[in-house]
Design a protein around this ligand. Structure first.
Ligand code: PHE
Length: 367
């Protein structure tokens, strides 16, 4: 075994000479400065500051120096390594900031660019209006009742006090079906749902029934052989016309705006007694002097015809198994299509049934 290498000359360890160390440091600094992004900097770090970098290797050599030479070489290499790691940290910070900025620019979304628009459908405005009406009654504790559109003749007419020979039976132009022996009709109004409800339920009854009805009308700007009605029926103890009037005033206000009330005009329906036509205050001119004469919505009337109503005829209560001495009821029926047309200003009823999505889109997103 040889002894300590006391006459070791540090000058001979070229890796530790001042110029060499300075050159290693400067190469490292130059490589960091040249790195254009974080990936390149990572490579420069491995090359110049990693475990196998020239300065790391030089650092290892220090231990091999004689003690008297170690201090100076150690300082020299240590300073160089310090400068390198500081430069590395500085460059990392700069490149990270740059990368972040680039990301912000590259990932910017130009919200003004044109996009491919996929046309969206819309629910039919009459569906929305029917649901709105049902909701406003449900909010008062009423229930929604339904019935079939292909209806028994007896429920559409007889149960409603329209016997076979009743003159009013011809008031509604009926679609009869074959074979005639089946006695089925396309319901001419939603009133058979009154009869169905009274047969099925026991009072108190508070129901609302929106639905499709059919009459042999032409298909033109103001008629359609298929249209929509909403029927209301209440059967309870102590019911009067005042309850009917209050319910309709509330209904009108919720449909057409606060302050839109109703008035009754005497009329005749076999299933109600007394019966009335319901008019509502014109929601455009409100019947106000100065506006009403010019009003095209109500044609100068100040009132708009809205539907029919009345106190349920005791004969109908009896036909449907309800104790007519104990209970009384009221009923009303309106055209939903007509209500929609007033409200929207749509001039031609056919638009409601032609299925053009542009019509539904215009009115169907919010009724
Ligand atoms: N069913 C009647 C019609 O279609 C309207 C109505 C309903 C009248 C309820 C009175 C009570 O003309």
């Amino acid at each position: 075994m040889s002894g300590p290498n006391t006459d070791y000359d540090p000058v001979e360890v070229t890796a530790l000479q001042a110029e060499q160390v300075t050159a290693m440091r400067d190469e490292a600094l130059a490589a960091f400065a040249a790195a254009g992004d974080l990936a390149e900097l990572k490579q420069a770090r491995l090359d110049h500051a990693g475990d196998r970098s020239p300065l790391a290797l030089a650092n290892r050599e220090i231990g091999a120096l004689p003690p008297q030479a170690r201090k100076e070489a150690g300082q020299r290499v240590g300073q160089a390594r310090g400068a390198v790691s500081k430069a590395l940290a500085d460059r990392t910070a700069v490149l990270e900031a740059e990368a972040e900025e680039r990301m912000l620019v590259e990932e910017t979304v130009d919200v003004t660019l044109p996009v491919v628009r996929r046309p969206r459908g819309a629910r039919h405005p009459l569906t929305l209006m029917s649901e709105y009406i049902a909701d406003l009654f449900v909010a008062m504790g009423w229930e929604v009742a339904e019935g079939p559109v292909l209806e028994a003749e007896w429920l559409n007419f007889d149960a409603l006090n329209l016997g076979p020979d009743h003159p009013a039976r011809t008031m509604q132009d009926t679609f009869w079906t074959e074979p005639a022996d089946d006695h089925l009709v396309l319901r001419t109004h939603t009133s058979p749902v009154q009869a169905r409800t009274m047969l099925e339920r026991t009072p108190p009854i508070y129901v609302i029934c929106p639905g499709r009805v059919f009459r042999t009308d032409p298909f033109d700007a103001t008629h359609s052989p298929m249209f929509h009605q909403v029927e209301g029926l209440v059967v309870d103890e102590g019911i009067t016309m005042a309850h009917l009037k209050g319910s309709l005033d509330h209904f009108a206000a919720r449909m057409f705006g606060e302050g839109i009330t109703t008035r009754f005009r005497p009329s005749y329906f076999p299933f109600t007694e007394p019966s009335a036509e319901v008019d509502m205050v014109c929601f455009v001119c409100r019947g106000e002097v100065g506006a009403v004469d010019e009003c095209r919505t109500c044609k100068g009337e100040g009132w708009i015809e809205w539907g029919g109503c009345g106190v349920v005829n005791p004969r109908v209560l009896a036909a449907c198994g309800i104790d007519a001495d104990r209970y009384r009821g009221f009923a009303f029926g309106m055209g939903i299509d007509r209500s929609f047309m007033f409200r929207s200003g749509a001039g031609d009823m056919r638009a409601l049934f032609e299925g053009d999505v542009r019509f539904a889109s215009a009115f169907g997103t919010d009724w």
